[in-house]
Design a protein around this ligand. Sequence first.
Ligand SMILES: Nc1ncnc2c1ncn2[C@@H]1O[C@H](COP(=O)(O)OP(=O)(O)OP(=O)(O)O)[C@@H](O)[C@H]1O
Ligand SMILES: Nc1ncnc2c1ncn2[C@@H]1O[C@H](COP(=O)(O)OP(=O)(O)OP(=O)(O)O)[C@@H](O)[C@H]1O
Length: 566
Amino acid sequence: MIRFEEVGVTYEGAAEPAVQGVDFEVPEGELVLLVGPSGVGKSTVLGAVSGLVPHFTGGTLRGRVTVAGRDTRTHKPRELADVVGTVGQDPLAHFVTDTVEDELAYGMESLGLAPEVMRRRVEETLDLLGLADLRDRPIATLSGGQRQRVAIGSVLTPHPRVLVLDEPTSALDPAAAEEVLAVLQRLVHDLGTTVLLAEHRLERVIQYADRVVLLPAPGAAPLFGDPAEVMAVSPVYPPVVDLGRLAGWSPLPLTVRDARRRATELRERLADAAAGNRGRRGQATPPAPSTSTPIPSPRRRLFRRSAPSAPTPTAPPHIAEIHALAVRRSRITALRHVDLTVTPGETIALMGRNGAGKSTLLGSLVGLVEPTAGTVRVGGAVPHRTPPRDLVRRVGLVPQEPRDLLYADTVAAECAAADRDAGAEPGTCRALVSELLPGITDDTHPRDLSEGQRLTLALAVVLTARPPLLLLDEPTRGLDYAAKARLVTVLRALAAEGHAIVLATHDVELAAEIAHRVVLLADGEVIADGPTAEIVVSSPSFAPQVTKILAPQQWLTVSAVREALA
Ligand SMILES: Nc1ncnc2c1ncn2[C@@H]1O[C@H](COP(=O)(O)OP(=O)(O)OP(=O)(O)O)[C@@H](O)[C@H]1O
Ligand SMILES: Nc1ncnc2c1ncn2[C@@H]1O[C@H](COP(=O)(O)OP(=O)(O)OP(=O)(O)O)[C@@H](O)[C@H]1O
């Protein structure tokens, strides 16, 4: 259905091709996953299927791409629209109408479908993607994940034979991601739809793939094959594969279920290792003089080993205090009766379903959103009444779309503006950029940076004012595993210096790596607030893969398991 024949793409002005030697075929009715580190050309390959590359992007395409027999070089995207539905990385760039219902109907209107067919399909799609409550809403008032669901819905309604999706679950909460993937799988199995999708969070998608195309490095020829075989050699892989490689499992399990079946021996080794540690520690350490010190149970010890250590035990002053906060946005109650305190050195993951109120809560801490009722204090100040110059020294937000924070033409100009805004010594921001992003030149345009690089630049801009409270909205969206690991290192160092960090995230693996505490929001209310391990272990949606595989033992990350076995 989709055929690449020795395809290479070179963008204008580029010395090297973005991709080359791409040669594979996606048969009708298969779901093929495109994987690889950031910048290897996944979006370029997807664009060549929908015709956006090279018709809209410019550059040259060598070789041949055909979709349902049509050559995408001789057919413009509009001449492929009846066969191919495309969702790009940025849902906002995708929307052409103002409301949810109109957006779902738009693609069908342009194909000239009958009104009664359109009506039926809009209703079906609203139900299928859980959008019924939002049908009349202006798109501008939707949360990030709600927008992504509308973008996906709008390409499903015309029933295209081919779907091309670039990171379709990046803004979705874990349950919504599962729902969307189940819908795609049903289309593939029941209607014979052909799906090619790129995704960084492989833990969410690998089990749905019939086959995987791996782009291992920029310009390197892709590898095409069975998911487990490709994962065995891939530079990017989900935690289940990381654990499988560590334990020496072959063939590699790709699902939690398959991994659990293999995990008995690993659980025993881990229990022995924990017992051994206790024994060794028992010999080395003389018994405590006081019997009042509680002796941790084995479970408690595993628990502590796998979770990041909690911040300072003496009660420090709060950096932020939220009391009985309610926020109404237009007619929507986005937050109700929220109480929250944040202490220095603490990293909090704010989690919950799309539209639960996470971004609104971050917005209220940084003065972008005014409380309807209740109080918000950050460093003793009321954010929405504090002048920006004062506020930047108390709190900084790296927004969901780092581009929103970057408006200059060069990295140097961006940094100079950040120094001025923060009242910092000239050169402060540039020094941070050099530390976090070595090799970036002054004259680079922020637009030409990769997602991960742009996020890091935005982080440097915010950190220029050294705010004691750092807020990040969905910081791992679009990041590959290596970029995520670098972000984790940076954030851990900041927390160790005493910065408090609050991140709104759907990335359960990130929360497990870095958060001391998880706050769960549902429908504008806090429904759980406690140590990461306690909150995520008990939640089927928010538990990381390692936790599910090794339950009832309580492990959060592969690195904790690796350390215990060492
Ligand atoms: N329109 C364009 N013009 C010039 N260069 C581009 C264009 N689009 C992408 N590139 C470059 O081509 C290379 C491949 O980019 P592409 O976006 O396809 O990678 P990707 O694997 O999708 O990355 P990510 O995972 O970060 O989305 C990168 O070096 C990128 O900078
Ligand atoms: N400008 C606005 N006007 C009206 N309603 C809004 C506006 N912005 C957000 N909302 C609504 O407020 C609720 C909370 O949105 P918010 O963006 O805080 O959710 P979120 O938890 O960050 O979601 P996501 O995980 O999808 O990013 C949602 O129902 C959303 O549709």
